[in-house]
Design a binder for this molecule. Structure first.
Ligand SMILES: Cc1cc2nc3c(=O)[nH]c(=O)nc-3n(C[C@H](O)[C@H](O)[C@H](O)COP(=O)(O)OP(=O)(O)OC[C@H]3O[C@@H](n4cnc5c(N)ncnc54)[C@H](O)[C@@H]3O)c2cc1C
Length: 273
């Protein structure tokens, strides 16, 4: 007969303090559970307890219709709820929702949460890549503190006893543009390489550029530049990466595609400005 400790405990707290108190325990290996689409098949065998986050009131989207204010998305918001939200669909020229549609099938989107998708994101995640380009910030609270920290996505790393509470995307003025492109074995497949970018466009010149590259490292990476010409930025992107060589593609192919896709996204933004 297994002892109680050997069985996985399931908790569904209704307050953040309660959830963090459970996660603080060191005697019982406890992890957060959102949609479970990654955790349930992949959880380490030593997980002894899960803390279901779905009753914490963290499923919401907040913004103004003209995006003069930030777009704030609660951690447990389902990916499909973002796709179904009229404002989120038009935010950042639609690239956020395009990336979500690329990242997961309808069944997975109905269960998977935004924060869970960030934590479990593979290196070629379209969603993580687009969030980097859009300058997403995460609000995080650790189990040991009552403080909430806002962390820019490139500086965030998963921590065992910390919860992502929400994701904040910046206000989106009319002169800001975004674009996303990928290459994959088939249109429905996960990307081999994907590129997302955001920039201010004035007189067809790019400023305040954020370029994010997926499928080139363990996690997508971001490059920022105050200004630049399309060809120079594409060259910079190619020289910034040391991509893997694996059964999906060679490193040379990934490098070549980063150059091609970077030019595509930057040209698309230049023309829309
Ligand atoms: C059939 C299927 C196909 C899939 N295909 C793809 C695919 O092609 N590409 C792809 O990228 N993914 C794919 N996934 C994975 C899935 O989309 C992601 O893993 C999912 O988005 C994770 O979200 P979740 O809410 O289910 O997280 P969970 O599985 O609940 O949790 C994932 C991780 O995040 C942690 N976590 C969850 N919420 C928080 C929080 N608020 N704060 C801190 N930590 C938290 C958990 O402890 C766990 O470590 C697939 C999944 C399935 C079931």
């Amino acid at each position: 007969m297994p002892t109680l400790r050997e069985l996985t405990e399931y908790h569904q707290p209704t307050t953040l303090d309660e959830a963090l108190k459970l996660l603080r325990r060191t005697s019982v290996k406890t992890v957060p559970l959102a949609g479970g689409t990654s955790l349930v098949p992949e959880a380490a065998h030593d997980v002894q307890a899960v803390v279901d986050l779905n009753a914490l009131g963290l499923s919401y989207l907040q913004t103004s219709e003209d995006f003069a204010e930030h777009l704030v998305i609660g951690a447990t918001t389902k990916l499909q709820a973002i796709v179904d939200d009229a404002a989120a669909r038009t935010y950042a020229n639609g690239v956020l929702v395009t990336a979500i549609l690329d990242a997961a099938s309808r069944n997975t989107r109905e269960a998977a949460s935004l924060a869970g998708s960030i934590v479990a994101a593979p290196g070629n995640s379209p969603l993580f890549t687009v969030l980097l380009a859009l300058d997403a910030h995460l609000t995080v609270r650790t189990a040991r503190s009552t403080r909430q920290d806002e962390i820019a996505l490139p500086y965030w790393a998963p921590q065992p006893r910390a919860l992502i509470l929400r994701v904040t995307l910046p206000a989106w003025p009319d002169n800001l543009h975004a674009a996303y492109e990928k290459v994959a074995r088939t249109p429905a497949d996960q990307p081999i390489v994907c590129v997302a970018a955001r920039a201010r466009v004035a007189d067809q010149q790019l400023h305040d550029i954020r370029l994010a590259l997926g499928g080139v490292a363990e996690k997508p990476i971001v490059i920022t530049q105050p200004a630049g010409a399309v060809d120079d930025l594409a060259q910079l992107a190619v020289s910034a990466i040391t991509p893997p060589d694996d059964y999906f593609a060679t490193a040379d192919y990934r490098r070549a595609m980063v150059g091609v896709l970077t030019k595509r996204v930057l040209n698309a933004m230049t023309q829309s400005g």
